[in-house]
Design a protein around this ligand. Structure first.
Ligand code: TYD
Length: 202
């Protein structure tokens, strides 16, 4: 039996990682076989790509940036996500295809159709069963990130606003897959909402 593929998305500082960990713990306690993973940089080659993507301080063209995220995705899907799903595991993934649409498409202004095409190439057509989008206003997002910013986080407020807008457009276009949660709620309230959405799957 195939497992489940659930992705967690949102702007920097939206609280998705905390919710991913809470859901993982809940599911493990219930006896499910769960793995947690992330993009970019789950392991091996991905960790090297993440290091470049987040810390390289020279010029990086938007196309190059996209291809690096996509290279990480292809490696991650082929070596970690697909094998786990075919073993019947529940895969909880911190960021995936929608990050590239939101950040490189809406944020950097690259062509959305091309990003979709490249995403599809990188994943071999696999799509998440469910995506949880944690929506947060840009000011709160930047406050939570603080002063210690990586290359993507330091792209500026206008960039982050475009990313947020992009995510909300994606959710409008695919309401069945992408569920929007309001990150202003408390950690526990959000966790309960995540559980309710999970229970509604299938
Ligand atoms: P990370 O430290 O994982 O951020 P967070 O904790 O907010 O998830 O850094 C990932 C950064 O890379 C984040 O700013 C979003 C960005 N990103 C893209 O721009 N495109 C992508 O396809 C992915 C997966 C991430």
């Amino acid at each position: 039996m195939d497992g489940l593929f659930i992705t967690f998305e949102g702007c920097d500082g939206c609280g998705k990682t905390t919710q991913l960990e809470l859901l993982a713990q809940y599911l493990k306690d219930k006896g499910f076989d769960v793995i947690t993973t992330r993009e970019p940089g789950a392991k091996g080659l991905g960790v090297k790509l993440r290091e470049i993507l987040l810390n390289y301080d020279g010029e990086v063209s938007s196309n190059c940036e996209s291809f690096l995220f996509l290279a990480d995705r292809a490696q991650h899907i082929d070596t970690i996500v697909k094998p786990a799903i075919s073993e019947g595991k529940i895969v909880l993934c911190d960021r995936h295809i929608d990050s590239t649409v939101a950040y490189q498409g809406y944020g950097r202004g690259l062509d959305l159709q091309q990003i979709n095409y490249l995403n599809n190439l990188a994943t071999g057509g696999l799509k998440p069963d469910l995506t949880l989008l944690f929506d947060v206003d840009t000011q709160t997002s930047m406050q939570r990130v603080g002063k210690n910013q990586d290359r993507m986080e330091s792209a500026g407020i206008a960039f982050q606003e475009k990313v947020r807008h992009g995510y909300l457009e994606l959710a409008k276009a695919e309401p069945e897959r992408i569920k929007v949660l309001d990150s202003r709620k408390t950690i526990q309230q959000l966790h309960q909402e995540v559980l309710a959405i999970f229970a509604g799957l299938n």
